[in-house]
Design a protein around this ligand. Structure first.
Ligand code: PHE
Length: 457
């Protein structure tokens, strides 16, 4: 039976100035290391083409309906993700226990941030490395040496991780201010322009044909069960869905703004950037005889070769790593925000204390990932380093499970009155398509890929 539509709630923290501001904020969260660092590296490890195809299918068939579900739940509840899930759980499903989905999301964000910050630290270090001229005319052995000098030293990697955590904590403790919104407005387009310049370089100087073939020629024989799971997990990771970050931002979305159009815009921008990043990296990899499956260091071991050869390379390199750091920063903030909002509301901490507490805990935990590239490199659990385990657990298991729970709630537990009220009061064909995707396509796809990964299908 349909529940009465509650009166429109408002958020304590105000609203985005416009739908565009919201698109910027969600894109800021979505576009980050996932697109430029992680996508090329895991596409490389998983053999390219077929992996990329599964990833794209997951983004549009699973990620899109889940992103819409997160925004609609966030806007309906207008609180932090835990309180929103508990509140709507009570209203729609008769139980506040739905709030546990929010709790799981907060923990997931905290775990992701601990290793995210380590990689972001490398990007930060590379700003200074580029500025020093270290990449000028460097060859691949030289690039390797620079990268292992950084990643092989826990002190160096730990130092940059520390700096990045401080930057993130400071912004979150001040509240995500207008300054950030304004900066994102300029820096995101700048990142796109720079990536397009690099694309020009790799078309001219790289082995573009082989890069294209690697990314788009699906060789299904090379796609393993683990690869399909990684593609699913990456769809969640890159879109920031499955942990409540988008839900938290959705709480500040003005009532009239179209959730469908907003989500499509964010997803197209995110996917476009990942594809361009891949088309920049792989031609350089092949032209220089490098290994596409080199792992987490891939962009740090390939891009400097390009910067070292191009005119004005120092400036381009500095700008690139600056923008990459910025993209990582806006994502890190959204990873931290749910935990901080929760502490403020439940433990009644001040924002600075809450951010400080989460910041310090994440920083300490981050040293497990710092060590994975040096002193703990030989310490393996399930055959993986601690860094790989954290990444695997969060991206491939926790985000998809969180997303599954969220989309199940939106599709099956919420009344159609409520979801249609947020998405499309006329319940037109677009709404019906979302319902179908949210009820059947997304959950079935997630479950099938999980069953496949454990060998049951
Ligand atoms: N989407 C971000 C990226 O691609 C990472 C992220 C994941 C941010 C989950 C928030 C939540 O870099």
């Amino acid at each position: 039976m349909a529940v009465a539509v509650p009166e429109r709630r408002t958020s304590l923290h105000g609203q985005w100035s416009s739908r565009f501001a919201f698109i910027l904020a969600v894109s800021g969260s979505a576009i980050g290391l996932g697109n430029i660092w992680k996508f090329p590296y895991i596409a490389g490890v998983n053999g390219g083409g077929a992996f990329v195809l599964v990833y794209l299918l997951c983004v549009f068939m699973v990620g899109l309906p889940i992103m819409m579900a997160e925004i609609l739940i966030g806007r309906r509840g207008r609180r932090n993700p835990i309180a929103t899930m508990a509140l709507l759980g009570e209203e729609e499903g008769g139980s506040r226990h739905w709030g546990l989905i929010g709790v799981a999301g907060v923990i997931t964000g905290f775990l992701i941030l601990s290793y995210y910050s380590v990689i972001a630290g490398w990007a930060l270090a590379y700003i200074f490395e580029s500025a020093s001229g270290a990449f000028v005319e460097v060859d691949s052995a030289g690039v390797d040496e620079i990268f292992s000098g950084l990643s092989g030293s826990w002190i160096a990697t730990g130092f940059w991780h520390t700096l990045f955590m401080v930057m993130t904590t400071v912004v979150v403790s001040r509240g995500v201010e207008r300054g950030l919104e304004r900066a994102v407005r300029v820096l995101m387009p700048a990142l796109v322009v720079l990536l397009l310049m690099l694309l020009g370089y790799s078309i001219i100087a790289g082995d573009f044909a082989q890069g294209l073939r690697f990314m788009f020629e699906p060789k299904f024989s090379e796609l393993t069960r683990a690869g399909a799971l990684a593609a699913l997990g990456h769809a969640f990771f890159t879109l920031s869905v499955g942990m409540g970050a988008v839900m938290a931002y959705g709480a500040y979305l003005p009532a009239g703004a179209s959730i469908a159009r907003t989500s499509v815009a964010v997803i197209c921008a995110d996917t476009g950037i990942a594809i361009v990043a891949g088309l920049v990296i792989f031609p350089i990899v092949f032209a220089n005889g490098l290994d596409p499956a080199a792992g987490p260091g891939l962009i740090f071991q390939t891009l400097p070769l390009a910067f070292g050869q191009m005119p004005g390379g120092i400036i381009v390199a500095v700008l690139f790593f600056l923008l990459l750091t910025f993209a990582a920063w806006t994502s890190a903030i959204s990873l931290m925000e749910p935990a901080v909002a929760w502490l403020i509301e439940t433990a009644k901490l001040r924002r600075t204390s809450a951010a400080g507490l989460v910041g310090v805990t994440t920083w300490v935990l981050g040293f497990l990932s710092v060590g994975s590239f040096n002193v703990l490199a030989n310490f393996r659990l399930f055959g993986r380093t601690l860094f790989d385990n954290l990444d695997f657990l969060t991206s491939n298991i926790m985000l998809p499970l969180g997303g599954l729970a969220i989309v199940f709630f939106a599709g099956w537990v919420m009344s159609r009155n409520s979801s249609a009220d947020e998405l499309d009061p006329a319940a037109g064909p677009g709404y019906r398509a979302w319902c179908f995707a949210a009820r059947y396509i997304a959950p079935v796809a997630v479950v099938l890929i999980f069953l496949n990964a454990v060998g049951l299908f």
